[in-house]
Design a protein around this ligand. Structure first.
Ligand SMILES: *Cc1c(COP(=O)(O)O)cnc(C)c1O
Length: 412
């Protein structure tokens, strides 16, 4: 559910008018709803309350410190993929003991720092990584918790670029290697196998792929037990989709209950790593119309945001709703909404019917996840401001970048 709603002719998040946000903080500007964020996180927690569980928010979806801080206050754990993300979690007041480190390319420095910060667990994705982890742990004379990330070879029926659990993907350890590795780990001096994990992709809108992956994890769990290896947790990853357009993903509670059923009879903790389903619908990107341009082929709305601020349409051909911040009564036309970046891939939406004028503000909906976190300075554009709404309060949680910021690190 989007956090945007109209009152009369004006668009709101919570009790804040988006026109006022745009006027106060300028555009382009990311805006997030504090209550949407909290209620999504709590929906996971509530649905899991009858069994031991840990919700580790996937930081890469939106890593703003204020967002992380709010989740830390709810007692969230975090799933990270880099040292930078670990440092963000700590700076935001998150507890490193609730951090899980995922990713196929952890560097030596990242591993060492994460061990020193005493994170909860490394999700290991290859035998080579396991060896490196063991070397570093023995050098530091400590024992490190690991979970094996399985590649369950399941098609999540999502965009190719965000499928991660097929055997041709770079992620996870092949399923037939897990049991021998588990046995090997039992005798490793500086590693402790505490879990098994999988993450099959993102923006998954059907239950079935999740349930198939859960079945594979359960099979592995039981087989390990037969070998006398009892892992403490099963990590089902993230990936629950949201509604951008006409998708009908399972509700958070429905998804969690279905997963929970699989593991109920076993003495394991369930770890879940949602990203998009917590922040995706909790944010929007505000932009201002610079020009209308009419050609013999098309009408264009040219806005002050582009693929450097919001990459999803260009990268995945993703559809996000585009709503006028103030409704007009004038005639509607069909437009492509394009940004100023010098690429034909630089569009925010195509064939949208809108009644608009230059100077109007638009809101690009459901931009809370993989929006700002994937932004860049391409075309030497300053990245947008970010604002967190709490009821009728608007708080700047990242100032707009300035021209000085753009080349502050450079030398002639
Ligand atoms: C990206 C990622 C997630 C979060 O995925 P969402 O689709 O945002 O829920 C969780 N776990 C891992 C390992 C990831 O790489």
């Amino acid at each position: 559910m989007s956090c945007l709603h109209y009152r009369e002719t004006e668009l709101y998040i919570e009790n804040s008018r988006l026109k006022q946000v745009a006027e106060k903080f300028g555009t382009p500007c990311y805006v997030y709803s504090s209550s949407a964020l909290a209620s999504n996180w709590q929906a996971f927690d509530e649905a899991l309350k009858s069994i031991p569980h840990r919700i580790c928010y996937a930081v890469k979806a939106n890593s703003n410190l204020a967002i992380l801080h709010q989740l830390a206050k709810l007692n969230s754990g975090f799933d990270i993929v880099s040292l930078g993300e670990l440092e963000r979690v700590i700076a935001a007041g998150g507890d490193p003991k609730k951090v899980i480190f995922s990713g196929i390319g952890k560097s030596e420095i990242e591993i060492e720092q994460a061990i020193k910060k005493k994170i909860h667990c490394f999700n290991v994705e290859s035998e080579a990584e396991l060896e490196k982890l063991h070397q570093i742990a023995s050098r530091l004379n400590t024992t490190v918790n690991v979970a094996l990330r399985v590649n369950p070879n399941i098609d999540p029926h999502t965009h190719n670029y965000i499928s991660t659990g097929l055997k041709e993907n770079k992620f996870g350890i092949e399923i037939n290697k897990i049991i021998p590795l588990g046995r090997q780990l039992a005798s490793a001096s500086h590693l402790r196998l505490i879990g098994i994990a999988s993450h099959i992709g993102s923006q998954i809108v059907k239950l079935n792929p999740f349930l198939s992956a859960a079945n594979r994890l359960l099979d592995i769990y039981l087989e390990l037990r037969k070998s006398g290896i009892n892992v403490q947790h099963i990590n089902v990853g993230g990936g629950l989709g949201i509604t951008y357009h006409d998708e009908h993903p399972p509700a958070i509670a429905e998804y969690v209950k279905a997963l929970q059923q699989k593991f109920l009879k076993h003495p394991v903790e369930i770890i879940i790593e949602p990203g998009r389903s917590i922040v995706g619908n909790a944010g929007a990107l505000l932009t201002r119309i610079e020009y209308l341009k009419h050609t013999s082929q098309k009408n264009f709305v040219i806005v002050d945001t582009g693929m450097n601020d919001l990459l999803r349409p260009a990268l995945y051909n993703a559809w996000q709703a585009i709503l006028p911040v103030e409704l007009r009564n004038s005639e509607k036309r069909t437009y492509d909404i394009a940004g100023p970046v010098c690429e034909s891939a630089d569009f925010l939406g195509k064939n949208r019917t809108l009644a608009v004028q230059p100077g109007d503000y638009l809101a690009i909906d459901s931009a809370g996840a993989y929006g700002f976190s994937m932004s860049s300075n391409y075309n030497s554009r300053c990245r947008p401001a970010e604002v967190l709404i709490e009821n009728d309060k608007m708080r700047l949680i990242r100032r707009r970048e300035t021209i000085e910021d753009l080349f502050a690190l450079e030398k002639i």
